[in-house]
Structures are given as C-alpha cells and as structure tokens.
Ligand binder design. Structure first.
Ligand SMILES: [Fe+2]
Ligand SMILES: [Fe+2]
Length: 191
C-alpha cells in the first residue's frame, strides 16, 4: 500500500495527458493538481484524514475527464471509476468507501464528514487559483461573447462561494470579494 497516493497521481496524470491529445486542454495542471494541493493543505490544517482527501481530490473529476456518464452525474460515475482504480491497488474496502463518498458529494450535496467538506472546498479554491481557466471555458470552449463570458464567470464564482463550507466561507471570503472586485469592479460586491 506504500505510496498509493503517488501511484494514483501518476495514473491520473496519464489519464489527463491522454485526454489532452484530443482536447488540447491540460486537466491535471489546470484543475486536478490545484484541487489536490488545496485539499492537502486544508486536510493538514483541519486535522482530517490526509490520504482520503489526497485520493479523493486526485480522482474527483475522473469520470468527466475520461467521459464516462453524463457530465451532470460525473460525481456518481466518478465514485464508481475511483473504486475500480483503487481496487487495482488493493486499497482497503472501508477506505475506498470514504473516498467514494467524498467524490459523490463534491458537487452541491450535503456533506457528512470534514473530508467531504475539504474536497468540495478544494474544488472551489482551484477555480479561485486559476481564473483564466474559467475564461478559457466560456470564451474558448463554449464560444460565448465577452459579455456572456463575464456573466458566466461571475455566476460560476458566486455559485462556487455559496458552495463553500462555513469553514471555507469564513477563511476565503476576503479573497472571494477581492476576486469579484478585480474582475468586475467595485460596485459588484454585496457586502
Ligand atoms: Fe467536479
Ligand atoms: Fe473539479
């Protein structure tokens, strides 16, 4: 079981590199790595189970990246794909269940553990860390015009902030307000 995190990380980087050949978009460096790093820091800070958080952050979007199931249910399919990957490494069943719950609940679902909260918070923080990715999605992938793209990015960031746990909201509220002010001007924050 040594280095399970490193092994799964390597596998995820390979999955992302394969996908990049089709899409020209680097999921690992633009998103997954940032979720993993933010999750790891939060897990240390909140004294959560670091291994569970590491594995769940690395695998949380695996279904979206490999294109299994509809994107709206990438949390459900992602939990199943993660199980298959972790079983390959003989990871203990009870720990697999914990990782699966984090993946299942990384979208806007109620959370049942500090690890689940951290994975969802880290997902949001990865957007705060890479705002250009949100413009890439809106302007590049979705071909929106600039006004539509601004609306898309603003709505996404507002939704993201609302999704944060109370711990995350308290810790990152100033950062969120600064991002909104920087991108959309000083008249755009409600408090
Ligand atoms: Fe996701
Ligand atoms: Fe994500």
């Amino acid at each position: 079981m040594d280095n399970i995190v490193e092994k799964v990380k390597e596998e995820m980087i390979q999955i992302s590199n394969e996908k990049m050949k089709e899409t020209n978009y680097d999921d690992w460096n633009n998103h997954i790595k940032l979720v993993y790093e933010n999750g790891h820091k939060l897990a240390l800070e909140r004294k959560a189970n670091i291994e569970i958080v590491d594995l769940a952050t690395i695998l949380h979007d695996v279904a979206r990246i490999i294109g299994v199931g509809p994107i709206e249910e990438h949390n459900v399919y992602g939990a199943e794909v993660a199980e298959k990957i972790l079983k390959k490494y003989n990871y203990p069943t009870e720990k697999i269940e914990l990782v699966k719950k984090c993946i299942y609940n990384h979208i806007d679902n109620p959370k049942n553990s500090v690890e689940e909260e951290i994975v969802a918070d880290a997902d949001v923080l990865a957007h705060f860390d890479n705002l250009s990715m949100l413009y890439y999605i809106s302007l590049g992938k979705r071909r929106l015009n600039l006004e539509e793209a601004k609306k898309f990015v603003k709505n996404k960031l507002e939704f993201d902030f609302c999704k944060l746990s109370s711990y995350g909201k308290e810790k990152y509220k100033d950062r969120y307000k600064n991002i909104i002010k920087t991108l959309f001007g000083y008249n755009n924050t409600s408090s």
